[in-house]
Design a protein around this ligand. Sequence first.
Ligand code: ADP
Ligand code: MG
Length: 709
Amino acid sequence: MLLSSLMDRLLQTDIKFLPGVGEKRAAILFDELGVKTFEDLIRHYPYKYTDRTKFYTIREIDTTQVFIQVRGQIVAMELAGKKPRQRLVARFQDSTGSIELVWFQGIRWIQQSLKTGVDYIVFGKPAIYNGIYSIPHPEIEEAAKAELTAYPYSFQAAYPTTEKMKNSFITSRVIHKLQYQLLQKVYGRIHETLPMSLIEELRFPGINETLLNIHFPKNEESLRKARYRLKFEELFLIQLGLLRQKNIKNSQISGLVFPRIGNLFNGFYKEHLPFELTGAQKRVMREIRKDLGSGNQMNRLLQGDVGSGKTLVALLSMLIALDNGHQACLMAPTEILAQQHFMTFTRLLANLPVKVRLLTGSTRQGDRATLHEELREGELDILIGTHALIEDSVKFHNLGLVVIDEQHRFGVAQRARLWEKTGETLPHVLVMTATPIPRTLAMTLYGDLDLSVIDEMPPGRRPIITAHYYDSKRLQVYEFIHKQIQAGRQIYIVYPLIQESETLDYKDLYDGYESICRTFPPPEYAVSVLHGRMKPEEKVKAMDYFVRGITKIMVSTTVIEVGVDVPNATVMVIESAERFGLSQLHQLRGRVGRGGEQSYCLLMTGYKLSKEAKTRIETMVRTNDGFEIADVDMKLRGPGDLEGTQQSGVPFNLSIANLLTDNKILEFARRTAQDVLEKDPTLEQPENQILIEQLNRPGKEAKDWSRIS
Ligand code: ADP
Ligand code: MG
């Protein structure tokens, strides 16, 4: 223990004490890279490597080479051109010929430091200008010096740097040298970060060898091994953290036990269920019932594509809570969605002795007071609402189940607050999301939740037909809308809004609305408009008119993106579709195709499309499969930008692993973490002490999700 803390102390040394750093550079390293200690620097990994084992002769140079390394001497130097476009040109030759080395910046300083008649090793990208080969801004070092320091030349590492770093001459090359300095100090003294048994079993190189090879690879094979170990380790620790939290939760925190399936559930199931549950819904209900009776707190993520029927699963689960003498609540991300759930629940539960109420930001003060009172006294059974549910004044009598709809809209912090409401007893938690996420991401993002998937659509659904139209074909689209309305159907037309608060964006929406009203005039057609800035009553009214079929067309922003359910709507027109992300497009499309009629999604765009936008549109046209779309989305955007990941608290800015490409390593890391925990659930064996230390390191620990979901 003493020994390990001593070694740790060495790595915790302030980076300014490393020769070649000092106060000024230390400040820059911290500001730009967050590097503060020896350890931070050694964990600042290269992003690529170039092969420095090979030397070329000048005669061999051609411009197809990405990088070349030559050895020779400078025979002449001159300043060419006029300020501010002045450049330094050095003629450089070996026994086979000569080239020019050219600098455009730092000219004076470089000129002073270069000597003629001395052997240099030059490295850079060759270019050809006026028929003369040159290397602009080469790396150059005296050959004798390089050999003296035994500076390793094979596979030279390149490090991420910033503009500010370069301006202060902290180049990739300088970082490389600092790493060399550092390794000389700490090599052999770096504390192992994995248990020996694991290192042996997986045939990993030791941590010292790994870190040496990541910065100064001996050869390709040792580089590969070092990279694999570091990637594995990074993913393994995240998984271990998540899975351990889950274990702790299950062993220490007892959940409410709901053993009974009582009158409410049975009564509803037998007499009021509007349709037969799909196989997937039944399976998920079994999984949930098992959780609720287990004595552990349920923490379940329910994934199901848009329209797969998650609401009914929520309702049935809530009835189980009620049957066991508890209250339940449902939190939705928007007022409209909360309102809609409230209507669905009231309708479905109309003939049962269940009291359902709605609480949103626009609930009147007076109503609010009675509602709070009823809630505290336990007279209210089901509370449906928005963020308003997590306001401080809301107190439940005995909350037994929390359902969170469209989870990605809520941050972890908000989930945490809802949980705190309950004081001593933990309610069961069911989180529902329609945003399918790739499996690798789910494993990280929701690694501590149990997963249920509804992978089957209610019967009779026909796949939505999706087509791409350029704006110039608008008349054709209108013609189509007209026909659909004649056939009794309803239409959504959605406009993008970058920010609900920007006035400018509303212009598109209102221009669109006016032009739609002109094209489809009343009384035959009636058009609703809906956006986030309208008063809550107006929103509800607009939605209500559309739900009841009084209006035929709904012109709106993405406020209708999530969850809205009007089965008679069969056409979703998305204006400026190129401005939407894939998951958003998929969500919007999910608003149609909810009844038995054939539905359509029409993506309108201008002619000019970026490559990414094209891929998005093509993907939408090609497939209705949410998981496939999620995969493409992740490839386009990278995992860190996907919805939900930023507020997830999971460290997505991984330092070496990549959730896109390292999914095999991730799966293996998760399995290994499971194995380790199976043998030693609390990690109390001495050899696993090291893992506890790793998990407890500041900034490295996985978020304690057991408390917040
Ligand atoms: P989502 O999973 O997107 O929240 P919803 O719960 O809103 O989907 O359900 C979509 C539509 O499918 C609703 O109109 C709902 O009434 C209907 N539905 C749900 N389950 C079934 C089922 N088993 N059979 C037929 N229709 C169903
Ligand atoms: Mg829904």
